[in-house]
Design a protein. Structure first.
Length: 93
């Protein structure tokens, strides 16, 4: 079931915007556990949308955040980001 199809409205876009706003906060960028949880939350949200504009890693800001997370020093974040990106790539194939 995809939120962008049917009678679910546009609330999911607000969720994506809120997640993006969080990733841009300095306190968030310096955190450990919240960044790992954000990667997993992105996966959960992206599993429920099929809009190609949001799932395209070139255009999607959250996708770009995941790609940047692969080069961070926090091992758990790199693992979580790779897990999410793997799911996204498999869905788009």
């Amino acid at each position: 079931m995809y939120w962008n199809e049917g009678d679910y409205g546009e609330d999911w876009k607000d969720v994506v915007a809120a997640m993006l706003a969080l990733t841009e906060m300095e306190e968030f960028q310096e955190s450990y556990q919240p960044r790992i949880l954000m990667a997993l939350a992105i996966r959960r949200v992206f599993n429920h949308i099929s809009d190609p504009d949001y799932l395209n890693l070139d255009n999607c800001s959250l996708g770009q955040w995941l790609l940047k997370s692969l080069s961070r020093s926090l091992r758990e974040l790199r693992i979580a980001a790779a897990y999410v990106l793997n799911d996204l790539i498999l869905r788009c194939v």
